[in-house]
Design a binder for this molecule. Structure first.
Ligand code: BG6
Length: 607
């Protein structure tokens, strides 16, 4: 996700801002910029690519005078990673400069309104509506303009603002995106996280949603959402900088597992409108849906397993046959695709060579192509006819977690959107939408319901092999659960369709063989129960993942993992979470390099 920094004091601001942005590089970004105020003049420097380019452009900040400023690293969500789309953004009158971390969900309507009033836009970003609103509402009082602007915004934002009419002051506004103030001696700071502050001060104030602050060289004033001044306590940061980059977590993977409720919310919420799921980016595709006779989902690794999970919702709700194909196979399979085929391509990085090749092969044979990617402007996004972005923010750990769950969430949304357009959604539409909107909360519950996982990991971490079994949507979850275990703990793990065990694999079940049984689909619970009994009668130890009130499974399992009750069609996004945590803690027991597993790459851009 994006990172923002701000400084005001007696020293030159630019070098301090650049240093702060370097501390935020780990968050992942594709462009960067700073705005510095010297007396009443604001100068803006921004670049595509690395902060090193910004340092070169500003001679490490020495060519930019001024002791007040703001800075930004951008992880593109709305608009490709270009210099024009990089922050800071300036108002038309040049009075205001802002930086933003978050997503303005109602930016299109605000953009239309502002354009009608004559404001000129320089970028494709959602952020730019904010700086033009500030200009519109400014009548000599920046705090008032901030309040009026914030009242127009829907979504998440951590804002940094400077105004040429108020030299020496910087403003910070927080709504659903972290923003922290740093208290100096003759200077004050703000940043998206403590990483960018601890080199200057360990005394910080965490802003809460709805609060904003006015910082000058020697004072920090904080206000609530009504504009009333409030007092907030100071916190002393004890983390070392390295730990701070991970938000206090020991590994990026654990941090990203914990970020999943927010990542899924950021991906789903802006697309639930007018009582249905709306994708602005799919306007031209929807009228073509009645002509689609087959959907093929193609991807690699976890993205492929996300497709396996989304298949069930697409087929059940849209009544269109769905195939899920490994991209590395599909590209050479002489695919039977034509104008009646919709190819859904899934890729976190958007740069996986096999996935790009499969996309091009099917597109050349007439398929309509829809990409689900997490990186704006990536190769897959550029090659597909349509692109839907996951808004998971940058994923640093090689083994994907929030990238996977946001991909699954988009597939659920596509299923509802397509089915609604095809008039296939029965009277359970509202219930489906409620489940979709509940997913972030259910994911958080799945995290909170399993404090025993670190202990369970101690029991299973020396296993020679682990079998993950399940049926239907549980089988799709088992596929990803087994991969997570393999790729970070290096234990052999295999996912098996539970009904298939008796046709061979059950020969491998011996005394104390761990079997992880996924039992989150009521329609086939009895069948999975019989598979559990089958393996137990051959000596297996069964760790069951199920609902807390599942009286059929609880008595027969040796160990238990829980998820909250959830519609089976949408359960994978929830049931995968305890399996991610189990793999994480097993790998930790085995002393593995969790964020950078041996032999693996975050994205395999070669064949
Ligand atoms: C692998 C990654 O290299 O590629 C997996 O380790 C990922 O996490 C797979 O699922 C596909 O990558 P992408 O970027 O196309 O989703």
């Amino acid at each position: 996700m994006c990172g923002i920094v701000g400084f005001t004091g007696t020293q030159d601001a630019a070098p301090i801002l650049l240093d702060g942005l370097k501390k935020l590089e780990y968050r992942g970004y594709d462009s960067a910029g700073i705005a510095v105020m010297d007396q009443k003049t604001i100068s803006v420097n921004k670049v595509r690519g690395r902060i090193a380019n910004l340092c070169e452009k500003t001679d490490n900040g020495s060519s930019v005078p001024g002791t007040t400023g703001i800075g930004h690293t951008r992880w593109a969500t709305h608009g490709a990673p270009t210099e024009e789309n990089a922050h800071p953004h300036l108002s038309n009158d040049g009075r205001f400069a802002i930086v933003h971390n978050g997503i303005i969900e109602n930016y299109l309507a605000l953009r239309d309104e502002l354009i009608r009033e004559g404001y000129q836009f320089q970028s494709e970003t959602d952020t730019e509506v904010i700086v033009h609103l500030l200009e519109r509402y400014y009548r000599g009082n920046v705090r008032e303009a901030l309040l009026k602007t914030a009242n127009r915004l829907r979504g998440s934002y951590a804002l940094g603002v400077i105004c040429s009419e108020e030299p020496g002051k910087i403003y910070a506004v927080r709504e659903a995106s972290p923003l922290i103030l740093g208290i100096g001696i003759d200077d004050n700071y703000f940043a998206s996280d403590v990483t960018a502050l601890v080199a200057h001060t360990r005394n910080v104030i965490y802003l809460e949603d709805g609060e904003f602050a006015e910082l000058s060289q020697r004072s920090i004033r904080i206000f609530d959402c009504t504009g009333a001044e409030i007092h907030k306590k100071t916190t002393r940061i004890l983390w070392d900088v390295q730990a701070a980059e991970k938000g206090g977590y020991p590994h990026f993977m654990l941090k990203e597992i914990m970020e999943q409720p927010g990542a899924v919310r950021a991906t789903i919420a802006p697309r639930i409108k007018n009582g249905t799921v709306e994708f602005e980016e799919l306007g031209a595709l929807l009228p073509e849906l009645p002509g689609i006779r087959k959907i093929i989902i193609t991807a690699c690794g976890s993205a492929y397993y996300a497709g396996c999970a989304g298949k069930y919702a697409l087929e059940q709700l849209c009544h269109i046959p769905v195939e899920v194909a490994l991209a590395s196979e599909l590209r050479y399979a002489n695919p039977l695709t034509d104008e009646h085929t919709l190819l859904i391509v899934i890729s976190q990085s958007g740069e996986t060579a096999d996935t790009i090749a499969a996309l091009k092969e099917c597109k050349s044979r007439g398929a309509k192509t829809l990409a689900i990617v997490n990186v704006v402007g990536s190769s897959v996004a550029k090659s597909a006819d349509y692109t839907v972005y996951t808004w998971a923010g940058p994923e640093i750990a090689v083994a994907t977690t929030k990238g996977y769950t946001t991909q699954v969430a988009v597939l659920y949304m596509l299923a509802i959107c397509f089915a609604d357009h095809l008039c296939q959604l029965g009277n359970d539409k509202e219930e489906r939408l409620d489940t979709l909107l509940a997913l972030p909360r259910l994911i958080q519950q799945a995290i909170d319901m399993n404090p025993s996982i670190p202990e369970l990991a101690k029991k299973y971490h020396k296993s020679k092999a682990l079998f993950f079994i399940g049926r239907n949507t549980d089988y799709a979850s088992a596929l990803e659960g087994a991969l997570k275990m393999k790729e970070i703990s290096y234990l052999h793990a295999e996912a098996y369709a539970a009904g298939e065990l008796k046709h061979g694999t059950i020969a491998l079940i011996d005394d104390h063989q761990p079997v992880i049984a996924l039992c989150c689909n009521p329609s086939i619970m009895e069948k999975t129960l019989s598979n559990i009994v089958e393996v137990k009668s051959r000596g297996a130890e069964v760790l069951a993942l199920t609902f807390r009130d599942n009286q059929k499974i609880l008595p027969v399992a040796d160990d238990l993992l829980f998820i909250p009750n959830v519609d089976a069609l949408f359960s994978t996004a929830v049931e995968i979470v305890p399996l991610q945590l189990l793999a994480y803690y097993v790998a930790k027991e085995n002393g593995c390099d969790i964020d950078k597993p041996k032999n693996l790459a975050k994205s395999v851009t070669v064949e």
